[in-house]
Write a protein that binds this ligand. Sequence first.
Ligand code: ATP
Ligand code: MG
Length: 336
Amino acid sequence: MNDKKTILTGDRPTGKLHLGHYIGSLENRVKMQHECNQFIMIADMQALTDNAENPQKVRDNILELGLDYLSIGLDPKINTIFIQSSVPELSDLTMFYLNLVTVARLQRNPTVKTEIAQKGFEKSLPAGFLIYPVSQAADITAFKAQLVPVGEDQLPMIEQTNEVVRRFNHTYNSNVLVECEAVRSSVGRLIGTDGKSKMSKSLNNTIYLSDSSEEVKKKVMSMMTDPNHLRVEDPGKVEGNPVFEYLTAFDKDKEGLGDLKTRYQKGGVGDVEVKKRLIEVLEEFLTPIRERRAEFEKKPEEVMNILKEGGQKARLVAQQTLKDVRKAMNINYFND
Ligand code: ATP
Ligand code: MG
């Protein structure tokens, strides 16, 4: 191996990726792909922890996610893109780690807690769902990843992973597992088109990376702005105004944007002008993404093959870690 740092990252195949995902972690993955060894995992097993009755949904979204990755410019020649269940060693690691984590600690994980409430799991909580932070610890440590690009809500997972790492290394007096660090986005969380605090597919306030020009135009034109900015001549608010938040995240012409903001705050700029600028900016961002997607959509077998080969490559790495782990625990019965 070279001296590049290793990244483990990924998404659950439960739907298409949107601008919020891009800002949350995809942007960092695209930026860091040349300077790091990046493993990008399509987390099908994790998706099943709250979709057990709907494996078809998971299956359908595997190709979708693969297309999203390739279309944003993640290069399959330098990234290892793979499906979680192609690497069964991850499940072995999860089983070993589970003995180092208490149920109470899992129940205290703030992200898990929020999600249990959101999904109405208070009454009948799938055991697999409760333990998914441990399976994430297995995913990250299997590749000895030092860096994990994540959205804010994933920070408790990084913390829990590092607890597992320290507990394992301490318990088995080893240094096999490596602690990791979150790579956070510059913008943080992207708000929804409706002004709600988060763009999220279940809130129906998203712009997808795969949306057509028509869809983007329609969504932007009906976006929330400053509710008190009624007439063109009224002074408008920029903070918390989704149209400006998106411009801040995506407009490369910072000077022009600064200018527009000043004029909007003074009064004299209509929402239509600002929205038209946002459409322009998003079109510039999405056009190359759409072009790459159109190419890969013509050859789904090639996309699936990228995932298959990625799985084989990822597996070799995870197999070695599992060996190291078993050796550290002194349960490598056949010295293999
Ligand atoms: P769901 O409605 O099913 O919860 P979602 O659209 O909120 O879907 P998630 O699958 O919950 O997306 O998010 C996956 C990851 O992407 C999260 O870990 C989160 O950090 C990041 N992410 C999602 N939405 C945003 C957003 N609006 N801004 C920044 N990061 C985001
Ligand atoms: Mg969510």
